[in-house]
Structures are given as structure tokens and as C-alpha cells.
Write a protein that binds this ligand. Structure first.
Ligand SMILES: Nc1ncnc2c1ncn2[C@@H]1O[C@H](COP(=O)(O)OP(=O)(O)OP(=O)(O)O)[C@@H](O)[C@H]1O
Ligand SMILES: [Mg+2]
Length: 138
């Protein structure tokens, strides 16, 4: 099966997160990704998007703060990227906060955070395709 791709841009505001999560969930369902994997993928994306909205533009306000969600499904694996054009905020751990990056790390098989130009969170989910009865992947 050919690779499938989803690429969405939104203004970086709280109200953008739920529609992006919803669109990602629909994309995953259309590709027959396993239900439990969809939960992990959407949870991780939600944390990364929430971070971009809350933190990315806090220290360096932008004329048009944006967030980008990019998902690529290929050979049974899903690669996810959440990108903003803001500035990564290095800070000491705060009580009751600091779970987002941990959650992403826990649910994805691989995670990298590139802060060289804005913030680009890359998450890799392996073997997420649902199996059909004869054992073949869709
Ligand atoms: N996209 C981003 N842009 C700028 N800073 C970021 C971004 N993502 C994460 N950070 C920085 O990394 C810190 C840790 O992120 P993390 O999601 O783990 O915790 P949190 O957002 O502070 O709290 P929580 O996710 O528990 O609500 C953030 O407080 C922030 O300083
Ligand atoms: Mg967070």
C-alpha cells in the first residue's frame, strides 16, 4: 500500500488543538490503525500541540503564531511531527507540571525534540497497522 500523509496548519491557540486531534484521529481510523495505537498517537499529538500553544510563543510573540501537524503512515508505521516557529523554553521542573514530554516519550517508540529553528517534535509509532484475518497488514 502507498504511503499516506496528513499535513495541517493552524493558528497556535487553544481552540485549534481539539480539531487537530480530531482530524488526526480520523486520518488514523481511515488507515485502519489499531484502536489502542490511535489513543497513543492522539494523546501524544495533543501534548505536543498543547505545548506549542502554551509555551512556544510565550517569550517571543509572533505576528502569526502557527502550529503544524504532520503525519506520515508508511509500511505499518506512523511518523508524527508537531512543529512551531517559536522558541523552546528551557526551565527547571515545576510542581504538578512537566508531564507532557514524559507522556510522549512513554507512548511513542521514538521521540526527538529539535529546537534549532522553532520546535519540531518527532514521534515514531511502529507496527500500528491493524492485522486482518489472514495475518496480512492492511
Ligand atoms: N513547543 C514548545 N515550545 C517551547 N517550549 C516548550 C515546548 N514544548 C515544551 N517546552 C518546554 O518544555 C517544558 C516541559 O514540557 P512538558 O510538556 O513536559 O511540561 P509542561 O507543558 O510544562 O506541563 P504539562 O505538560 O504537565 O502540562 C515546558 O514547560 C516548556 O518550558
Ligand atoms: Mg506540556
Amino acid at each position: 500500500m502507498r504511503a499516506s500523509e496528513l499535513r495541517l496548519f493552524q493558528e497556535a491557540r487553544t481552540q485549534s488543538v481539539a480539531p487537530l486531534r480530531h482530524a488526526l484521529s480520523g486520518f488514523c481510523e481511515a488507515l485502519s490503525i489499531k484502536d489502542e495505537a490511535i489513543d497513543d498517537i492522539v494523546t501524544a499529538a495533543g501534548e505536543a500541540l498543547a505545548n506549542a500553544v502554551e509555551h512556544a510563543y510565550a517569550e517571543r510573540p509572533a505576528h502569526l503564531p502557527t502550529i503544524e501537524l504532520h503525519a506520515l503512515f508508511d509500511s505499518g508505521d506512523l511518523a508524527l511531527e508537531v512543529v512551531d516557529c517559536g522558541k523552546f523554553v528551557e526551565r527547571d521542573p515545576r510542581p504538578w507540571r512537566g508531564f507532557g514530554l514524559r507522556i510522549m516519550r512513554a507512548v511513542a517508540q521514538q521521540m526527538t525534540v529539535d529546537t534549532s529553528d522553532g520546535t519540531r517534535v518527532r514521534l515514531h509509532f511502529s507496527g500500528v497497522a491493524r492485522k486482518v484475518n489472514d495475518g496480512q497488514q492492511l
